[in-house]
Structures are given as C-alpha cells and as structure tokens.
Design a protein around this ligand. Structure first.
Ligand SMILES: CN1c2c(nc(N)[nH]c2=O)NC[C@@H]1CNc1ccc(C(=O)N[C@@H](CCC(=O)N[C@@H](CCC(=O)N[C@@H](CCC(=O)O)C(=O)O)C(=O)O)C(=O)O)cc1
Ligand SMILES: N[C@@H](CCS)C(=O)O
Ligand SMILES: [Zn+2]
Length: 756
C-alpha cells in the first residue's frame, strides 16, 4: 500500500502562537517552562492534524523554537565557547544567545536556507572540533508524540548537510569533521532503533547542489558508517532541485528509501527509476512544498501510475516536494480571499489532503477519490480560463517592450557628471537605506486602519506626521540624501503588491522568515499592471518639506518575484518583466514629480540565483534585464540607486555591474569591508555605499569605528565613488539607537571629508 507521508510542518502555529510566545519570553513575560509548554501544545496539535488529514508518516523532531540547523548544532554539542554551555542539554538562555546574541555575545551568523526566504543560523565550527550528544531531540519528540499516543517519523538534518552548512573559524573544510560527528549520529540512530522507531527521515538538502567529488565521497562514507550500526529504516530526503549528476551517488547509498523532489527535480525521475534497486523505497515529492497552488491531481496521478507500472506500489511513498515550512498553514482561515483565486490554492493542510488523496487514488483507483478529482479538474479549468489572469493589454505591452528600454541614455561617466551637477553633494555623501523604525505606534495605527477603527484619512495624516518629523530630524542631523521613512509600508514587497493588479493577499498566510519574524508573501496569480502611482504621494510630500534631495524608494522586480508566491503557469522571467514594466511607470512618475534620486531595492537578487551553476547564466540574463527595464527610462541627471543585503557577490559581481545602477548600497559591516574586495578586484565602475553600521545588532557604533571602516573602504574603492550609509533599512530598530547611530555616521563622514 502506498504510504502518504510528510517531510515537515510549519512551526509558527495557525495564529503565530510561537511568535507571540517567543517575544513574550524574550521580554521576560513568559518563563522557560511556559515557553516549553506552548511548544508542546503546538507539536501535539500539528501531529494530530496531520494524522487527521490522512498522513501515515507524520514527521517529528523538526519543530524548532528558532531554527532547525541551530537545534542540530546544539544537539551535537557544536557550541562555541563563551555561551555558557559545558555539557548536557543546552539551556534556553544559551540557545537564544546563539540565535540572537546576548550581552557581549554575538549571535551566530544568519544566512538564507538554500534559495528560500527562510534563514538559518550558520554552525560555527573549528578544525579538530569535538562533538557530543547533548540530548537526543528526535527521540525526545518521538516519545512525546508516542505518549499522546501518536506514531511519528523522527527527522534529522544529515551529517554532510550539517557540516556543509557550517563554517569553520580557521578556514579548514568542515567536511574534515565528518568522522567526529558520525559517532554521534550513530548513537542517535541506535537509540531510536532501541525505542522501536520504524523509520527515520534524514535530510540531505545539499544533494540539490553542484557537489564536489569530496562531498559525494563524504556522503558515501557517512551512510556506509551509519549502515553498520543499528538504526531504523532510513528515508534519505533530497529537495529543492534535481539530483542530476549526484543521482548515482544517492542511488548507491545504503538507505531504505530515497525522497525525490519531483516538482523542482522532475527531470530526475526516469534516471532514478533506472538507477534504484527494486528493494529501495521511493518517496515521490509531487505536491509543491514551496508554493501555494492546488495540485492537478489527475496529472499527478498519471505520473504516479507511470512509476507504479515500473515498480509496483509496495515500496512507494507520496509526499510534498519538501518540508511544508515554506507555505502558510491553512487556507480555511482566509475569509477575505477572492473566491475565484481561493479555489486555485492549497496551503499546508490542504496539501496534506492532496498527498493522502493521491496515495489513495494510486492504490484504489480514480473512483475512490472521485470528488477530489472532480474538484481538482474544475480548479485547473477555471484557472486556465480566467480572463483576469490572462489580460491582453498586459501581454501586448510586454510584447512591445524593446531592448532599448533597458539602457540609460548615456554611459555612467556622463550620468555621473550630470548628477553631480544637479545634486551638489559633498564627498562621502550620507544617506540611509529607506525605512525608519516601524514602532508599535506605527503598526498599531495600521492595525486600527485594517479593523476600520481609523479612517484612511486619519491614518494618512499620521503617516504624514511621521514623515515630517523624520525629514526634520534628518536635516538637523546633517544627512545629505533624505528618505521619507517607509512608515506607510507593512512590508517592502506586500506594500507594492497591494497596489498592483494581479496579486492577492492573505489574512493569516504567515511563513517563518527567521526566529519569530514572519512574512505573509502576496500571491501573484494574474497578469501584473499598475492601475495608479504607488509611492508618488509620499515621496512628493516628503520632497515638499525639504530642499535637500529626497530619495524615492521602490522594491525591485526580482525581489517582488522572489518574495511572493508566484503563478506557475507562466515562465518566471515573463512575470518579472510584467512587474518591471509596472515599476518603470512608477520610476518615471517619481522623476516627473522632481524626485532626483530613486532607489530600487533588490535584496533578493542573489537569493534568486539557481542552486545549480548551469542554470545561473540564464537567470542572471533576465534578472538584470528586468532591473534595467524598470530603471532605464530616466534622464541622465536622475540618480538610480539599488540596495542589496544578505549577499555574497563573488560569483555575481559582473551581473551586479551589468545592472548599471548609479549607486549600490551593500551590507559590509560584519565582514569588515571584506566584501568590497570583490568590487575592487572587479574594478566595479559605479558608486558604492558600503554599510558601516550593522543594523541587525542593537549596538550603536561610535564615529571612530565607522570612520575606520570607511578608511578600510578607501583602500578598495576610490574615495570619490564612496557613499556612507547603514547596512540596511532601520525598520526593526528603535529610535534611540537610530538617532545616536546616524549622528555618529554623519560625524564619521565629516572626519573622512576633513582628511581628504
Ligand atoms: C528584509 N527581509 C524581508 C524578507 N522578506 C520580506 N517579504 N520582507 C522583508 O522585509 N526577507 C529577508 C528579510 C527578512 N527579514 C525580516 C525582517 C523583519 C520581518 C518582520 O518584522 N516581520 C513582521 C511582520 C511584518 C508585517 O507584515 N507587518 C504588518 C502586520 C503586523 C502585524 O502582525 N499586525 C498584527 C496586529 C498588530 C497590532 O495590533 O499591534 C496582526 O496582524 O495580527 C504591518 O506592519 O502592518 C513580524 O512581526 O514578523 C520579517 C522579515
Ligand atoms: N528600503 C528597504 C530595504 C530593505 S532590504 C528598507 O529600508 O527597509
Ligand atoms: Zn536591506
């Protein structure tokens, strides 16, 4: 019988209960036992509901209070010295100090989880590191479920992925530590086997990357070692892309089952069917765990039957493509979604229904799931026929867009001269990245507007008040290029999506971004167009208050795409070009209104880079073109900025240069300007604002610290091309720190000016 299986479930809860509990705990309003109890309640509820949706392999152990990679590091005793741990279970205080920092203790580095918008904490390792089991987490959660009583399948992040996701402080290869970590994994598996656990899921998402031979050998070695000891049946999970040339390595591993992501890695299927021995179980990830579209059950059943014809159904599992961490929990909570669009969607709970229906349909035939098939067929037909999703005027405009629209009128040196003449800025001009603190007052006002307790007019007056205060304060502080502060924005993507045609929004569609921070990605379901200006009103108002240049602030087309749930019936490139054209109109409106500087943020540009090198050039080609299409219509004297944070630029510096923004601001503080080396080595031709204030930390850097960073920057970039700014926007910070740090930043710029 085919097994309906799941790989992971969202942790935050239907109403973000985990977020609320964590933030109360950090504020000292909820003690550690109270937080633990909320974790237990959430787990129990989530296990029960998965069973209720017909899933027989329900995952356990993937719940986390902050991040599952951090949990793995803590379980393995991979905790840097100084955080208050010596042996045994890791205390909540140590755990959260690693996650968020504490007095004098920096947080672990945080970075993107593969090509998703989830962030994990990077294990800080060192050559010769010793590992020790602090607590068998999967076993503890398996037992917790068993007491309910519910049978679950424990989940572990595999040893090779764990090491490859980490970084060593001494620059040695983390894979050198494999033999140190394997005995701990062997013990975890032995203890699970002793507790009569039937199956364990081991995630090795690095299988979706271009793996060097050494990593492939590490996989072979690791699973050969783990195979020698007692262990439950191992389901090895790969996701986020095809295995491609790693398929042979994966197929040869001595594990009972292999999970394939057949949404992003459909190309693997035939090779996998040929390569996998008959006794190997196959877990078919056919329901998209990264997007919100309803599955075409009939088409998927066709694929499953093709597999069953080759292998029978005795050793088959049906599953989502990856953990459901990346999708919202339950569509039934959405009472305000347009019913037409709602009919096309499936969130985590609905995806489990799809998995269960597919497993049943495969075993028992179409008649057994006739109602689900009919509903799925109707949704597929309705979506294809939707006139709002396919609009001739948008298609025609896109078809008429010519390559010249992607190129500014003059090359950079001419534009630079025109902009210098117009703006009259001092050397080392100072600016910020856009947002000022989203205080409780700001969020409360917006929530009141949403509830109808504040009129749109009253809300707008308040936003104007915050803008006026921010403009005055920036002038007094001596900043050169001002911003309006983005007070009116709930989120840098959602705010724009709300004003574009083709997008829908959820009330409760939250997805964890990191720790307690969540995002509610908008749903891009139809052809995109801009019915009216989006930011013009706020930027023009802000500019009317000052003679200094005001910077208009937009989210770029690639980031709009990356941080939305995007329709899967059009190439991403086409959708992105539609957004780019809509943004181009906004850019031109800002220019016409006299806004002299326009920033088009692209923090997700790097994240969009495909995991496999072979696919990168094509992505970069259209991503660059989309940015240039949005920016390319302005006159020489209008200065275009872009901003990127969280980025490694080494392998895409030529693409960054090809975007041809007049100024780029980047996050550089934590790397002590190391990142600038890439720009210097490439001889990056345009202007650069390397961040001199790490805005992820509440610490206020001194003017001397910032001046030192700037001096380091002048070693890499000619001083007349340097700007002075923080690493990123200030929406998560408080005003006290912002006031102090920006005053110091202006002082640092003045020191540099005096010295040149
Ligand atoms: C820059 N980053 C972003 C990413 N992705 C995005 N889509 N947006 C980003 O900014 N990816 C990479 C990084 C990730 N970093 C962050 C940083 C901060 C957050 C964050 O603060 N998230 C907020 C939610 C933001 C939001 O949408 N706010 C809305 C709704 C606020 C809300 O929850 N309201 C309550 C009622 C409040 C009240 O009554 O007082 C409610 O609706 O229940 C708004 O401001 O209007 C978070 O709280 O997690 C995310 C990613
Ligand atoms: N303009 C945005 C960029 C964040 S990446 C902000 O300042 O918040
Ligand atoms: Zn940023």
């Amino acid at each position: 019988m085919t097994i309906a299986s799941n790989l992971g479930f969202p942790r935050i809860g239907h109403r973000r209960e985990l977020k609320a509990a964590l933030e109360r705990h950090w504020a000292g309003e909820l003690d550690a036992p109270g937080l633990a109890a909320i974790g237990r309640d959430l787990r129990a509820r989530h296990w029960k509901l998965q069973g209720g949706h017909g899933i027989s392999h329900v995952p356990s152990g993937e719940f986390s209070f902050y991040d599952h990679v951090l949990d793995t590091a803590c379980m393995l005793g991979a905790i840097p010295p100084g955080y208050g741990w010596s042996d045994g279970p890791v205390s909540p205080a140590t755990y959260f100090a690693l996650a968020r920092g504490a007095q004098g203790l920096p947080a672990l580095e945080m970075t993107k989880w593969f090509d998703t918008n989830y962030h994990y904490l990077v294990p800080r390792l060192h050559g010769g590191q010793r590992f020790a089991l602090t607590e068998n987490r999967p076993l503890a959660q398996f037992r917790e479920a068993a007491s309910l009583p519910l049978r679950t399948r424990p989940v572990l992040l595999g040893p090779v992925s764990f090491l490859m996701l980490g970084k060593t402080t001494d620059g040695s290869d983390p894979l050198d530590l494999l033999d140190g970590v394997l005995p701990v994994y062997a013990r975890i598996l032995r203890e699970l086997a002793e507790a009569n656990v039937a199956w364990v899921q081991i995630d090795e998402p690095v299988l979706a990357l271009d793996l060097p031979q050494r990593a492939k050998a590490a996989l072979g070695h690791a699973y050969a070692v783990l195979h020698q000891g007692p262990a439950p049946e191992i389901l090895l999970a790969s996701y986020f892309g095809p295995l491609g040339d790693t398929l042979a390595t994966a197929a040869a591993l001595p594990v009972a089952a292999l999970h394939l992501d057949l949404v992003r890695g459909a190309t693997d299927l035939d090779a996998a069917l040929a390569a996998l021995p008959a006794e190997r179980w196959l877990s078919l990830g056919v329901v998209d765990g990264r997007n919100v579209w309803r599955n075409d059950l009939r088409a998927t059943l066709g694929l499953l039957r093709r597999v069953a014809d080759r292998r029978g159904t005795r050793r088959l599992m049906v599953a989502p493509s990856c953990s459901l961490l990346h999708v919202p929990l339950d569509l039934r909570q959405e009472t305000r979604l347009d019913p037409e669009v709602k009919g096309w969607l499936a969130f985590a709970e609905q995806k489990l229904d799809e998995v269960a229906a597919l497993a049943r349909g495969l075993d028992e035939g179409d008649a057994a799931i006739a109602a689900q098939l009919a509903a799925s067929d109707a949704a597929v037909r309705a979506r294809r026929a939707s006139t709002a999703a396919h609009r001739a005027e948008v298609r025609e405009r896109l078809a008429a867009a010519v390559p010249e629209m992607e190129t500014r009128a003059s090359p950079f040196p001419q534009r630079q001269a025109a902009q210098r003449h117009r703006l009259g800025l001092p050397p080392f001009p100072t600016t910020t990245i856009g947002s000022f603190p989203q205080t409780a007052e700001v969020r409360r006002a917006r929530a009141a507007l949403g509830r109808g307790e504040l009129t749109a007019d009253a809300y707008e007056r308040r936003v104007e008040g915050w803008i006026a205060e921010a403009v005055r304060w920036q002038e007094d502080t001596g900043l050169d290029v001002l911003v309006h502060g983005e007070f009116e924005r709930n989120d840098m993507v959602k705010y724009f999506a709300e004003q574009l045609d083709g997008y829908a929004f959820t009330q409760h569609g939250w997805v964890q971004s990191y720790g307690s921070r969540c995002v509610a990605p908008p749903i891009l379901w139809g052809d995109v167009s801009r019915p009216r200006p989006m930011t013009l009103r706020w930027s023009a108002y802000a500019q009317s208050l000052t003679r200094r240049p005001m910077k208009g602030m937009l989210t770029g087309p690639v980031t709009m795409l990356q941080w939305s749930f995007v329709r899967d019936d059009l190439p991403r490139e086409t959708v992105c070009r539609q957004i780019a054209l809509a943004l181009r109109d906004e850019v031109l409106d800002l220019e016409t209104a006299g806004i002299p500087v326009i920033q088009i943020d692209e923090p997700a540009f790097r994240e969009g880079l495909p995991l496999r090198r072979a696919e990168r050039a094509a992505y970069l080609r259209w991503a660059i073109a989309c940015f240039r299409l949005a920016a390319g219509g302005v006159r020489d004297e209008t200065q275009i900025h872009t901003h990127m944070c969280y980025s490694e630029f080494n392998d895409i510096i030529d693409a960054i240069a090809a975007m041809d923004a007049d100024v780029i601001s980047i996050e550089t503080t934590r790397s002590d300007m190391e990142l600038l080396r890439v720009f210097a080595d490439f001889a990056y031709p345009n202007e650069i604002g390397p961040g001199v204030w790490d805005i992820h930390s509440p610490r206020v850097p001194s003017p001397e610290e910032m001046a030192t960073l700037l001096q380091h920057a002048t070693a890499a970039i000619p001083p007349d091309r340097l700007w002075v700014n923080p690493d990123c926007g200030l929406k998560t910070r408080g005003w006290t720190e912002v006031r102090a740090a920006l005053a110091n930043l202006v002082a640092a710029a003045r020191t540099l000016r005096a010295a040149t």
